[in-house]
Design a protein around this ligand. Structure first.
Ligand SMILES: [Zn+2]
Length: 250
């Protein structure tokens, strides 16, 4: 990570598709448009990024109005005192090719990557994941500089979103014990990958942090766990429609 990007990356939590070490994920963050010129020339050509932005914003609006899972998360955020205003809290931007979204704690803003999250499923997946970070930041003021905090919110996002939909898919074809084991492994793998992508950690440091926080964070199912029991109809619908959201696939 270069000097100039260190600070923002410490407060910025990116969702990675593969190992992006050393890459500045979000060229347009922090208000300046310094990178816009080269970005446009190199990747899109004049005007193309505006079209992508419009398309992305439309996808976000569709997902927010259609998805019961996103509605549950919006409700939870509102109840916790952090209601989402789409224009203020969600931003479509061009990003590095290796990420689909991120959460900017300093700005309390979710970034959806207009150039990589191009399908509805990808937008939904990124939004749902980042909303868990937003919820955690609202509820507990997560310190993203603290590795334990960061790992915890990544464990929760993987647990509540990505990995839960994956394991729901294989139910009926595998024993319960196997599903439970696979689910835990999925959460560990995904959370570690997310943290390692934005932090310069050794394997041992990462494993040690996982050891410290896993059980506690894995068993913290707010806000969906509580709602699972209280409002099972919504959750039924969420699971029935999981394929639409990009969670039905690994
Ligand atoms: Zn994350």
């Amino acid at each position: 990570m270069s000097e100039g990007t260190t600070n923002e990356n410490e407060q910025f939590n990116a969702e990675t598709l593969e190992d992006p070490a050393g890459i500045n994920f979000f060229p347009e963050r922090r208000g300046d448009k310094i990178s816009r010129g080269w970005f446009r020339v190199l990747f899109f050509g004049e005007g193309r990024d505006n079209l992508q932005k419009l398309k992305c914003e439309r996808q976000v609006h569709n997902v927010v109005s259609e998805s019961p899972l996103i509605k549950l998360m919006m409700d939870a955020l509102k109840t916790t005192g952090c209601a989402i205003d789409l224009n203020r809290h969600i931003s479509c931007e061009p990003c590095s090719k290796v990420v689909t979204g991120g959460y900017d704690a300093e700005m309390n803003q979710i970034v959806i990557c207009q150039n990589t999250a191009t399908s509805k499923a990808a937008v939904h997946g990124a939004l749902a994941h980042e909303m868990v970070h937003m919820f955690d930041f609202c509820r507990a003021h997560v310190d993203f500089k603290n590795v334990d905090h960061l790992l915890c919110t990544e464990i929760r996002a993987a647990n509540l979103m990505h990995c839960s939909f994956m394991s729901a898919m294989v139910m009926g074809t595998a024993s319960l014990i196997r599903i439970r084991k696979q689910h835990r492994e999925c959460v560990k793998r995904k959370a570690l990958a997310s943290v390692m992508a934005v932090r310069d950690l050794s394997d041992e440091e990462a494993r040690a942090a996982l050891e410290r926080v896993f059980e506690k964070c894995y068993n913290d199912l707010e806000p969906l766990g509580r709602r699972l029991r209280r409002n099972s109809k919504d959750i039924d619908r969420v699971y029935r429609e999981r394929y639409l959201y990009g969670y039905g696939y690994s």
